[in-house]
Design a protein around this ligand. Structure first.
Ligand code: ADP
Length: 592
């Protein structure tokens, strides 16, 4: 099949392309799923961290304001020279600090000098130190309160400073109360958690980090193409703030982002989630290492490949089946058309054969017919001669007898020629009518009457006027003429010449038998007599078509024909399904 060939590689190519595409898409899907799962997990984690940070700051937010209301503090600020009062305050701050769990609580006068501190007894304590330059001091003087993250000037420990201006009843500022929150513990708690947690301040510097190497690094966003602002490194207690270049890869559906960082642990890809802490002006950043799960991608790809191949083969199979079915239907239609054509051709050939056989029979009959017609003509000429004599004698009675004889002779001749005409007519095999078998036998005998008389054949008949069958009368007549003809041929030159034609009922059929005394058919010929062109007669006399055509005619009418030997001759039996008589009365009148 030439149109199929070029399609095969195309199909293979399409399947292969589909395979690649499905594996690729499945990988993409697996990755996306992984990211979204990770995103959800990380978001929960981030929310938790934000909460703990918020709680920590919140707990201490009000504390400076409350302590600032203390009258003892106000009194000391107004009269700071009393050493015993100073020590009392130191002790109080120490106790407060211990109970609240803050880092350090300390009090500054208007010049920024610490006059009391909770760590007054510790080495490197704040007392006496001047913090006028610190933003939390300046902010509190300016705005009443301030917050500031920075490394302690004295201790070098980073902390979150919360400050509050101390005012007297008249609203006059006396000094500043400050509180330093040390967040190292919180940071240590984070260390064991998955991912890298960063608290980034307004300057984009990580002030807290779950991994120490990330602390005090500058997160450099590439979007900010402007030159990085100079960062005050002293504030964080280090010499230089080293930047970390963030290279964004792509945003994720959940609001996260994939980015690449040349971090302390080398160049890695991270999933980054941020949450702003608006009150402090910080941003909480969570970085989760973004390793695409190879196993998941592989198994998704494998599953997709399997599904794709199964579908592709299913479609191929269905397509092939459809094609086969179409082909089969087309072949069947072609075959049916062929059978119809052949049947029509066969029918036509058969009709032609029947006609040819009939003509052959007519040819065989012609000699007898010439004799048949010649005889009455001679007889009539004699009768006419007698008539002339009788006319002279004027004997009307004898003349009438003479004329009656002539009339009889003419009637016979008319009947014979009429039959011959009908017999010779070509009748299509399809024609069917109801007919009486007796009449068919009558007509056939009439056609062969001359020969029968000439050969002095005795005809014995068993009639059955109710023997009605369906079929074509002319064709049945042809069958009978054939049978009778063969019988007469067989009996020619035999001492006993007897023809027995009988009609009998057998169940739902009529049996028409024609038997002769012609010596029968040789056993080896019995099976062959119905074959076309089988003849034992000399060339020119027999065509071997008569019985073959007769057999065909009987079969076509739904009947059967058999041959055998009985007594001293052959017997042909035709079996035809009985038809209902057209009218019982009419059938009755024909009887007898
Ligand atoms: P044809 O008569 O042209 O030979 P048929 O088909 O009518 O062709 O007959 C075929 C042969 O069957 C005859 O040649 C003859 O040998 C044999 N046959 C037919 N009828 C008889 C019969 N009644 N008795 C003996 N032989 C017969």
């Amino acid at each position: 099949m030439p149109p199929v060939r070029p399609r095969v590689p195309l199909v293979v190519l399409a399947i292969f392309a589909g395979l690649l595409a499905s594996v690729w898409l499945a990988g993409l899907y697996a990755e996306r799923r992984h990211w979204s799962e990770l995103d959800i997990e990380a978001r929960g984690q981030l929310e938790l961290y934000a909460q703990s940070l918020r709680i920590l700051v919140e707990r201490f937010r009000a504390l400076p304001a409350i302590i600032a209301l203390d009258t003892e503090i106000q009194a000391l600020l107004q009269e700071s020279s009393d050493p015993s009062a100073r020590e009392r305050l130191n002790r109080r701050l120490q106790r407060l600090n211990r109970e609240a769990g803050v880092g350090v609580i300390f009090l500054l006068d208007l010049q920024g000098t610490a006059i009391a501190a909770s760590n007054w007894r510790e080495p490197g304590n704040f007392v006496g130190g001047n913090y006028a330059f610190r933003p939390y001091f300046q902010g509190a003087l300016r705005e009443g309160s301030a917050r500031y993250f920075g490394v302690g000037a004295t201790t070098g420990v980073p902390g979150y400073f919360l400050s509050r201006a101390v005012r007297d009843a008249g609203g006059r500022t006396l000094g500043v109360l400050a509180l330093k929150l040390v967040m190292e513990d919180l940071q240590r708690d984070w260390a064991g958690q998955p991912g890298i947690l960063l608290v980034v301040d307004r300057q984009a510097v990580a002030i807290l980090a779950s991994r120490p190497a990330w602390r005090f690094r500058l997160l450099q966003e590439p979007a900010a193409a402007e030159p990085p602002r100079p960062v005050d490194a002293r504030r964080y207690g280090i010499r230089e703030v080293r930047p970390l270049a963030l290279q964004p890869l792509r945003p994720l559906d959940g609001g996260g982002e994939l980015l690449r960082i040349d971090g302390p642990e080398g160049r890695r890809d991270y999933l980054r989630l941020s949450q702003p802490l608006a009150d402090e002006g910080w941003t909480l950043e969570l970085l989760r290492e973004a390793r695409v799960p190879g196993a998941a991608v592989r198994s998704y790809g494998l599953a997709a490949a399997g599904i794709w191949l199964a579908l592709a083969f299913l479609f191929l199979f269905l397509g092939q089946r459809q094609k086969n079915r179409r082909l089969l239907l087309r072949r069947r239609a072609e075959l049916e058309r062929l059978v119809e054509e052949r049947t029509a051709a066969l029918r036509k050939a058969q009709d032609e054969l029947v006609q040819a056989a009939k003509m052959a029979a007519l040819g065989q009959m012609s000699a007898a017919l010439a004799h048949e017609i010649n005889q009455p003509l001679t007889a009539m000429r004699m009768q006419l001669g007698s008539l002339q004599l009788l006319l002279a004698k004027n004997d009307p009675a004898a003349m009438r007898t003479c004329l009656e004889r002539i009339d009889g002779l003419l009637t016979r001749m008319a009947a014979l020629t009429g039959h011959l005409k009908t017999f010779a007519r070509d009748t299509p095999g399809g024609l069917r009518e109801r007919l009486a078998l007796d009449t068919v036998v009558d007509h056939a005998l009439l056609l062969l009457e001359a020969r029968i008389r000439q050969d002095a054949v005795r005809v014995l008949r068993l009639r059955a006027p109710r023997a009605w069958v369906e079929g074509n009368a002319i064709r049945f007549e042809q069958v009978l003429v054939n049978l009778l003809h063969n019988a007469l041929d067989a009996m020619a030159g035999r001492a006993r010449r007897e023809l027995r034609i009988a009609l009998r009922r057998d169940g739902g059929d009529w049996l028409l038998s024609v038997a002769d005394s012609g010596g029968g058919i040789a056993a080896e010929h019995l099976l062959r007599v119905f074959e076309p062109f089988f003849t034992t007669k000399p060339v020119g006399e027999g065509l071997g078509l008569g019985l073959a055509v007769s057999y065909g005619i009987v079969r076509e009418s739904g009947g059967q024909m058999e041959v055998g030997n009985t007594g001293d001759g052959a017997q042909f039996v035709i079996r035809l399904p009985a038809a209902a008589p057209p009218d019982t009365l009419q059938a009755g009148s024909q009887e007898g």
